[in-house]
Design a binder for this molecule. Structure first.
Ligand code: NAP
Length: 278
């Protein structure tokens, strides 16, 4: 029996060929270090040209761009504060000027502020939400301005396990921002499906990066108690352990996946935490 028309339309070819990002054009916010850097490396290894955007760390971004070229792709670094809409639009325009299109947007930049809810100031709340929620929205909008006329695009947001569970830290604002990111991701996946744009998220558990350094340095035992002890793998993750999920979501291998947050947490969320905040 022949399949009806509405049962087709997916990509063809072997699955590893569909995982290739060869010739695609990608943009990573917060790409200069940590998780964003690892995602940029993964995308480049899979064949994509990559724009590395960051707020202040242009030199680190430039060094990374040089590193990425060893994979046979093009790359460049640019400063773009995600809270500044016109700076983001300009950086995306540079990407399109260089490679003629934008296939993959990775809104990854984010900050954490570790403070008890009762002590959090309005300035701290606004600063975090501006980067983690509004900045993600601005990056998605900047991408959509190019992707909607292209009638094709793919957005992969770095969310967090903290969107799904309270992570053991006093981080009400951070966790709320990430829960907001996940709902934003679903809304955009719904709204922009008509433009052939897929929107997904990766929700990492604790990943060793500069973001974790201050907590590990200040409270090594406490940090171990809530970051490592509840993990069934008895460790935190490394940034490059997220790259496979990003390449999968960015590629045609995930053509029927949209509006989803993939949790990559080493099994952290499988067990009830044995650490309790006092
Ligand atoms: P990180 O090492 O602190 O790196 C943060 C990156 O974001 C840097 O490139 C930084 O650029 C950039 N950034 C910060 N504010 C920005 C702004 N206003 N505009 C543009 N770029 C800005 O952090 P990370 O651990 O890699 O975190 C990356 C993402 O993963 C964040 O969204 C974070 O919430 C999420 N996440 C992290 C973990 C974890 O355990 N590390 C777990 C779950 C989710 P500059 O250096 O130039 O400021």
């Amino acid at each position: 029996m022949a399949a009806p028309a509405w049962a087709g339309g997916g990509p063809e070819g072997a699955v590893l060929d569909r995982m290739s990002l060869k010739g695609k054009s990608a943009f990573v916010t917060g790409g200069s270090r940590g998780i964003g850097k690892a995602l940029a490396i993964g995308l480049a290894q899979a064949g994509a040209n990559v724009t590395i955007a960051s707020r202040t760390t242009l030199q680190e971004g430039q060094a990374l761009a040089t590193e990425l070229k060893q994979y046979g792709v093009d790359a460049f670094a640019i400063l773009a504060d995600v809270t500044n809409r016109s700076a983001l639009d300009a950086a995306v325009s540079e990407t399109v000027n260089r490679w003629g299109k934008l296939d993959i947007m990775v809104p990854n930049a984010g900050i954490g502020i570790d403070v008890n809810a009762e002590d959090m100031t309005e300035e701290q709340w606004d600063r975090l939400m501006d980067v983690n929620l509004k900045g993600v929205f601005f990056a998605c909008q900047a991408a959509a301005k190019v992707m909607i006329p292209q009638n094709k695009g793919n957005i992969i947001i770095t969310s967090s396990l903290s969107a799904h569970v309270v992570n053991g830290d006093p981080q009400a604002c951070y966790n709320t921002s990430k829960a907001g990111v996940n709902m934003l991701m679903k809304c955009l996946a719904y709204e922009w499906a008509r433009f052939n744009i897929r929107v997904n998220a990766i929700s990492p558990g604790f990943i060793y990066s500069e973001m974790l350094d201050p907590y590990l340095a200040a409270f090594p035992e406490k940090a171990h108690g809530y970051m490592v002890a509840p993990s069934v793998q008895n460790r935190v993750g490394t940034p490059d352990e997220l790259a496979g999920a990003a390449v999968y979501l960015a590629s045609d291998a995930s053509s029927y996946t949209t509006g989803q947050a993939i949790v990559v947490d080493g099994g952290y969320s499988l067990t009830p935490g044995n650490y309790r905040l006092r």
